[in-house]
Design a protein around this ligand. Structure first.
Ligand code: FAD
Length: 283
């Protein structure tokens, strides 16, 4: 029997400028949508800082007939603000959502109380029943604030038990961390799909900085290789495509249910990696 096509999705963040938004909607989205992803998703700034811009991008994509999922967290908002936002997504025909705790925005000094993702999932389910397909976050290398490896899996299960349909992971470059994590999740009684989040290598310096904060490890051999290329951006780009293609190929060959690309709002190198994998529509 032919293997089912893996679920492919593409993540955006809401652009800061009108020009950025126009480019995303008019250039990037048609190019990536031609690859027939299952859906796009649009992130939500820490503390609700992109409430309007996330809604704006999601609405415009939905009006263009695209299946798109807003990310959502309570941020510093109360139930009535978050509830109104959820309702407005229903009015716009949105059927999918990525539910998160989020982080405290820098500068707020940790003053606002973060609401766990499991509570947000329960809130959305209580308010909207089965309307949304809900995704939650998972961490093969374990969330930086988790009490322990097992407790993080325990709380992932709590989010799924609260009504989320599936999970998308933080990006990783160690394929073993993902498959070990899947085994541990399965042993803990998790049966819902855990899709692999994949970060194409675009700007290595930024990626290295971000990875330190979010607890995703870039293996030493990758850092060494990139360092060796110095300012040769073309070689870094080619190496990045090769490494990430290989990672995705291993994931798909070993039965990962799908891949969620953190596109960084760029068509390339996500498209190149996707084409390398032979995932073209109709194949
Ligand atoms: P939770 O699942 O609530 O877990 C947070 C931490 O608390 C974990 O350490 C967990 O082990 C622990 N925990 C959970 N429940 C409990 C409990 N009841 N008691 C004690 N401890 C508990 N951030 C954004 O700001 N905007 C985005 O759009 C965004 N999109 C993302 C998309 C994906 C696919 C991923 C993987 C991450 C994304 N993030 C985003 C980052 C995410 O918000 C942060 O990693 C955040 O720190 C944790 O969010 P969470 O939903 O995983 O939290």
């Amino acid at each position: 029997m032919p293997r089912q096509r893996p679920r492919i999705s593409f993540e955006y963040f809401p652009p800061r400028t009108e020009e950025g938004k126009a480019k995303l909607l008019q250039d990037t989205t048609p190019a990536l949508n031609a690859l027939e992803p299952a859906f796009f998703s649009v992130t939500y700034g820490a503390g609700g800082t992109t409430r309007d811009s996330t809604l704006g991008v999601v609405s415009a994509m939905r009006e263009a007939g695209i299946d798109v999922a807003p990310h959502l967290s309570f941020g510093g908002d109360n139930e009535s603000t978050v509830g109104a936002l959820v309702d407005s997504y229903i009015e716009r025909g949105i059927k999918r959502m990525v539910a998160l705790r989020g982080d405290t925005p820098s500068g707020m000094g940790g003053s606002s109380q973060l609401v766990y993702a499991s509570e947000l999932v329960a809130f959305i389910r209580a308010r909207t029943g089965d309307h949304f397909q809900i995704e939650v976050a998972a961490y093969p290398e374990i969330h930086p604030q988790a009490r322990s490896y097992d407790s993080d899996i325990h709380y992932l299960k709590a989010k799924l038990d609260a009504g989320a349909n599936s999970a998308i992971t933080q990006y990783f470059f160690n394929v073993e961390s993902y498959f070990y994590f899947l085994d541990q999740c399965s042993a803990a009684g998790i049966t819902k799909p855990i899709h692999a989040g994949i970060m194409p290598i675009i700007n290595f310096a930024n990626l290295a900085r971000f990875s330190r904060n979010c607890g995703a490890e870039i293996p030493r051999w990758i850092c060494q290789r990139v360092e060796g290329y110095g300012d040769d951006q073309d070689s870094i780009r080619k190496f990045g495509v090769e490494v990430v293609t290989q990672l995705c190929q291993t994931l798909l060959d070993s039965g990962a249910p799908g891949i969620h690309f953190y596109t960084m709002n760029q068509v390339e190198p996500t498209r190149e990696i996707y084409l390398n994998l032979g995932l073209q529509p109709g194949t």
